[in-house]
Design a protein around this ligand. Structure first.
Ligand code: ZN
Length: 461
């Protein structure tokens, strides 16, 4: 094959389009590097790179040589090298043109970046960097750029069902909270901490993605932590004082205006101005649904409290925690035998009674008729309160204090099972990476693996 044939072949393989063409191919067999030179014919014209500019045939002002790492050629590193023109646009002046094979400022071609992103979803960055023979900071930069840019372009205005949960960031009390769209099954937002402020940060992020946090969310599935509950009722719901504030805002110049005057000047049809009116206004507030697995976990905790206290006088209960807590179907033969032995009536264990109350509570989730289920749970509470088992009675109090959100599950059947699955993906990635240098890096990887971000478009040049 002559040189021209070789250039044409590489040009076709790279998907080059006019005016770009391959003008040199150099293989350094000592360093094991392939360098492909790209150029354009004298007199070529290029589009102005400024956004929105329609000038598609600017003359070349001068050129600057640039170099990009491309996908390996067999086991050898491959690079594209090109004289990139700066064009002069009548309107915008002199600017470097955009090349179709790489994004501005990157030292990698788009294909190489897509390959990195694809691998990074499956493996930690350190071995990926070693495999690519690149410093990991360069790989992190590609991933962070991709995540930031693609996330910024997402529209969350249609999201109505949100799940939130925390995932551990490191050993100990260090958390990242995840907010997930339960319909598109994507992590919308991740942020350090697990307090009410995380919901505030989520609401702000929702606004940044075209959403209306105080009115759009219909259902939120979460655990019974007071932090999430207060965050949801504060940041994902309309507040009465804000409704009033809106009224006074309209008469901003009159600082001393009284509330009644403010009401009088506002549009009477506007529902937020109903103070003093006969009609009560319903402010939007999402339905909170307590995730069934978190609720059941609380019931399990109660059983374990009973067991731990009882094991002081009943040593046969020692080391039997999992026997009581695991789903019976998941027990080993040995564990099942132990459970059968412990629950014999002659043993007269309080733990057995506690486990029965727990099982009866779980039955609530198996009922299919919401009305019947609510009546069932009321009867259960009535009985369990008289169980003479303190932890069970405390659990009843928890159920009663969170009644609406527990009952609401029967209507929506929403659960955070999806979040649990995402959580295990995140934790598996974290273990493989042996932790992350920072929570910001962990969050970047969460978006990469669970954010359903579109991969960069590869233009056919
Ligand atoms: Zn221009």
């Amino acid at each position: 094959m002559d040189d021209q044939g070789l250039f044409t072949m590489f040009g076709a393989a790279l998907g080059l389009a006019s005016p770009w063409q391959v003008t040199s191919v150099h293989f350094d067999d000592v360093l094991g590097k392939l360098e492909i030179g790209l150029d354009f014919p004298r007199g070529s014209r290029f589009a102005c790179p400024m956004e929105g500019c329609s000038e598609s045939a600017c003359p070349v002002h001068d050129t600057a040589e640039k170099r990009w790492r491309h996908l390996d050629f067999f086991e050898h590193q491959a690079f594209l090298i090109a004289r990139v023109p700066r064009v002069s646009c009548g309107e915008h002046g002199i600017h470097l043109v955009a090349v179709p094979w790489a994004r501005p400022g990157s030292g990698f071609t788009l294909l190489m970046e897509v390959a990195m992103l694809t691998f990074a979803k499956q493996m930690p960055i350190a071995p990926l960097a070693a495999m690519a023979r690149e410093h990991d900071t360069r790989i992190w930069r590609v991933i962070e750029h991709h995540v930031n840019v693609t996330r910024a372009g997402l529209d969350f205005s249609g999201v109505t069902k949100v799940g939130c949960d925390e995932t551990s960031a490191r050993r100990g009390q260090d958390y990242v909270s995840l907010f997930m769209d339960l319909e598109t099954r994507r992590v919308m937002f991740a942020t350090p901490g697990k307090d009410a402020e995380t919901v505030k940060a989520f609401a702000e992020d929702l606004t940044a993605h075209g959403g209306a946090p105080k009115t759009q969310v219909e259902e939120v599935c979460c655990d019974m932590s007071p932090a999430f509950i207060s965050g949801i009722t504060k940041y994902l719901a309309e507040q009465p004082e804000e409704a009033e504030a809106q009224v006074t805002d309209t008469t901003a110049e009159a600082v001393e205006v009284t509330t009644s005057a403010a009401v009088a000047t506002a549009d009477p049809a506007d529902p937020v101005t109903s103070e003093g009116d006969e009609t009560e206004v319903e402010l939007h507030c999402p339905q909170i649904i307590f995730d069934r697995y978190h609720v059941v976990a609380k019931a399990n905790e109660a059983v374990d409290h009973v067991r731990r206290a009882e094991s002081k006088t009943r040593p046969e209960l020692k080391r039997s925690r999992y026997v009581w807590l695991k789903n019976e179907a998941n027990l080993t033969v040995k564990q099942r035998e132990k459970l059968a032995w412990l629950t014999r009536p002659s043993m007269q264990l309080k733990t057995t009674r506690a486990a029965r109350w727990r099982d009866d509570f779980n039955e609530f989730y198996n009922l299919t008729d919401p009305e019947e289920a609510e009546a069932y749970l009321k009867r259960w509470c009535y009985g369990a309160k008289r169980s003479r088992l303190e932890p069970i009675k405390e659990f009843v109090a928890t159920v009663e204090a969170h009644w609406d959100g527990i009952i609401a599950w029967q209507q929506s059947r929403l659960s955070n099972g999806l979040l649990e699955g995402t959580n295990s993906l995140v934790q598996a990635a974290k273990r493989r990476a042996r932790g992350y240098r920072s929570k910001a890096k962990m969050i970047t990887i969460i978006y990469l693996i669970a954010g359903k971000l579109p991969l960069p478009q590869i233009h056919t040049i």
